[in-house]
Design a protein around this ligand. Structure first.
Ligand code: CP3
Length: 343
């Protein structure tokens, strides 16, 4: 069957005009209907209750008619599903019981993942029947390096110095953690595809803190294994990779991992990048979330500045990082209108 979803056509390497659009963190606190739902349950309960997760995923689709719905969940659901303690604390973000030695690693239970994520599969099944026919349903996971950063550090950090020191001082332990994440992430993403996701995205938010030699080892190699593992099990699966702040290494990442689309952070000059990658590689991005927050003429101008030079090549319009919680919902509407303006 010819692919009718605009975003899936772009992931297949086709240029679509105007480009399809969705936003990272499009389901979030900036929406009043999200804040209303938020009072009902804590974050992990919202992720694992199909009624709530389906509703939260649908909210931005109803309001703006985005070209993609991204599953409401989190990259840290995977370590939590393996038994690592996780809480989300207001104003501080995720807090986890750190994994810093063999005993802690051995205490994780990869066998539990399938049953813990079963409700998330149910959410995907519901969404795949509820969504408009032209809307792409995206599943996702964190990339092993970024998830390992939170698991070892025990939460957010600017440098992830503990994690990176462990990778250097005890490489066998760190490699075993990454290998565990490669296996469980591959299985979880195959499960998401089987439950109805049209494509999946790998978030590597912290890949940019690594020097090239370690980027190749901890970012490119594990990502390539996941991409190959998914494609071996479910041929033709479309995969978006987001090596945030990777700079020039993003080019090597795209080539070596075999992702269908390269998601670009705000720092990337996408028109310049487009000249250095194959014409069939889709590029996704990359408006600055602060320009979205500011709105006005600067927003409309920036949408055109990003969108127009990419006309004629596969491009998915998005932000360079997630929507900020204090963004006006009207500005998101303005962005979608500007992307879809035929001019
Ligand atoms: O994009 C979406 O709307 C889909 C759902 C989604 C969430 N997190 C929901 C969420 C996705 C794809 C993520 C990815 C994620 N989670 C990343 C990678 C992308 C990035 O932002 O760099 C990372 C690093 C995480 C880990 C995480 N989750 C942090 C650091 C935090 C706390 C910071 C914050 O913004 O509150 C979360 C919590 C989180 N994940 C919320 C949501 C909607 C906020 C929870 C709430 O307040 O209700």
């Amino acid at each position: 069957m010819a692919q009718a979803k605009p975003l899936m056509r772009v992931l297949a390497g086709e240029a679509v005009w105007p480009p399809p659009v969705w936003l990272m963190r499009q389901a979030g606190r900036y929406l009043p209907e999200f804040r209303a739902e938020r009072a009902r349950a804590d974050f992990l309960t919202r992720c694992t209750t199909p009624d709530i997760a389906t509703e939260l995923t649908m909210q931005p689709i109803r309001r703006y008619g985005m070209d993609a719905a991204i599953l409401f969940s989190d990259i840290l659901v995977l370590p939590w599903a393996m038994g690592q303690d996780l809480r989300f604390i207001e104003g501080r973000g995720p807090v986890m019981e750190p994994i810093r030695n063999r005993q802690a690693l051995a205490a994780l239970s990869p066998d539990r993942v399938a049953s813990v994520v079963a409700p998330i599969q149910e959410t995907l099944r519901r969404l795949s029947t509820d969504l408009p026919a032209s809307t792409t349903l995206l599943g996702f996971a964190g990339s092993p390096f970024t998830v390992a950063c939170y698991m070892v550090e025990g939460g957010s950090s600017r440098e992830f110095a503990v994690t990176r020191t462990m990778a250097l001082q005890d490489p066998a332990l760190f490699d075993d953690l990454i290998a565990l994440l490669v296996r469980t992430t591959t299985d979880m993403l195959i499960g998401q595809i089987d439950a109805g996701a049209d494509a999946v995205m790998l978030f590597d938010s912290w890949s940019g803190i690594l020097p090239p030699s370690q980027f190749r080892r901890h970012v490119i190699a594990p990502t390539r294994e996941i991409v190959a593992g998914i494609r071996a099990a479910r041929p033709g699966t479309r995969i978006i990779g987001f090596p945030r702040l990777a700079g020039l290494m993003a080019i090597e990442y795209a080539e070596a991992t075999g992702v269908d689309a390269l998601a670009c952070d705000t720092s990337v000059d996408m028109a310049a990048l487009a000249k250095r990658v194959p014409d069939t590689l889709a590029l996704q991005g990359n408006l600055d979330p602060v320009i979205l927050r500011a709105g006005g003429q600067a927003l409309t101008d920036e949408v055109r500045r990003i969108r127009n030079p990419l006309r004629g090549r596969p491009h998915v319009f998005n932000l360079g990082h997630g929507v900020m919680p204090d963004t006006s919902p009207d500005h998101v509407g303005q962005l979608v209108d500007a992307v879809r303006d035929p001019g």
